[in-house]
Design a protein around this ligand. Structure first.
Ligand SMILES: *[C@@H]1O[C@H](CO)[C@@H](O)[C@H](O)[C@H]1NC(C)=O
Length: 272
């Protein structure tokens, strides 16, 4: 009974604290959005993919499907008629822990995946305290936790590292790393990736096309400037060069207007 007066005095205060929460329950409706079905996988056999998570793959330009129940990874086209998903790795040997080719790889009902700039897929293998890497070919390796067993929070060489039994992965291009939401340890862990896994558009097919296009543009621009300079050069040369380089011009007879416009062209190409 000693506690009841305090209880009573706190009651109105608690009600006041609850008021904003009650008011927030009313939705604010924003128009302008549509829901469509991107891919209905129900017509596929029951053994087929049951998407637990989806992530875009930037190089292939498709979508990764994580089938947690089937312990498998699939990819599906990002076009308007996506067609059937293709198995990337896992799912053939049931659940387990096995690396190697697409048919040999086995996972144990993974729930978290990440995709880097080179389309490598990283699988959080919580049951084995490991991080697995699936190359675009479907070949699977273990990049962290391969030596260690059991939960923990050991940092250092990745194969000796330990994680809690509940962690999730995200790829962070800005620092070229995987960050691990290590829930069980109440930590954010970091696994640094190889530079080629974080390569930007320059190294991709699209980037190469862009670089070639810029090179062609520079060459055309250089030619145009060269062509224009050829016509205007004699007029400018008289007023600019005569007082400064009179002796030089005489000393080098091959330094004609032809040579100068070529030099200009070469210089333009270099600066591109
Ligand atoms: C990592 O584990 C392996 C195998 O157990 C061991 O040989 C190696 O010394 C360990 N390295 C470190 C840095 O703990």
């Amino acid at each position: 009974m000693a506690g009841s007066p305090r209880h009573l005095s706190l009651f109105p205060l608690r009600l006041l604290l609850l008021l904003p929460l009650l008011a927030a329950g009313k939705p604010v409706l924003e128009d302008g959005y549509t829901v469509t079905t991107f891919a209905d996988l129900n017509p596929l056999p029951a053994s087929g993919p049951h998407p637990y998570a989806v992530l875009p793959r930037s190089r292939a330009g498709d979508l990764l499907l994580l089938d947690s129940a089937g312990s498998a990874l699939y990819t599906i086209s990002l076009s308007s008629s996506p067609g059937e998903p293709r198995r990337l790795a896992g799912g053939k040997r049931g659940s387990g822990f096995n690396d190697g080719g697409p048919g040999d790889a086995a996972f144990d009902r993974p729930r978290s995946v990440a995709v880097d700039a080179a389309d490598n897929v990283y699988v959080a293998d919580r049951l084995h305290g490991a991080v697995r890497k699936v190359a675009p070919s479907g070949y699977t390796t273990t990049i962290a936790g391969g030596f260690s067993s059991g939960p923990g929070h050991r940092d250092g060489p990745a194969q000796n590292a330990t994680f809690s039994p509940d962690f999730a992965l995200v790829y962070v291009p800005k620092i070229c790393a995987l960050l691990v939401a290590d829930r069980g340890n109440r930590m954010v862990r970091q696994i640094n990736l190889k530079p080629e896994d974080c390569a930007h558009e320059k190294q991709s097919g699209l980037g190469n096309t862009l670089v070639s296009f810029i090179a062609v543009l520079c060459t055309l621009l250089g030619s145009l400037i060269g062509f224009l300079a050829r016509h205007f050069y004699p007029v400018n040369a008289g007023s600019l060069r005569q007082p400064l380089f009179q002796q030089d011009t005489e000393a080098i007879p091959e330094d004609t207007e032809e040579g100068n416009s070529d030099q200009l062209l070469r210089h333009k190409k270099r600066s591109c």
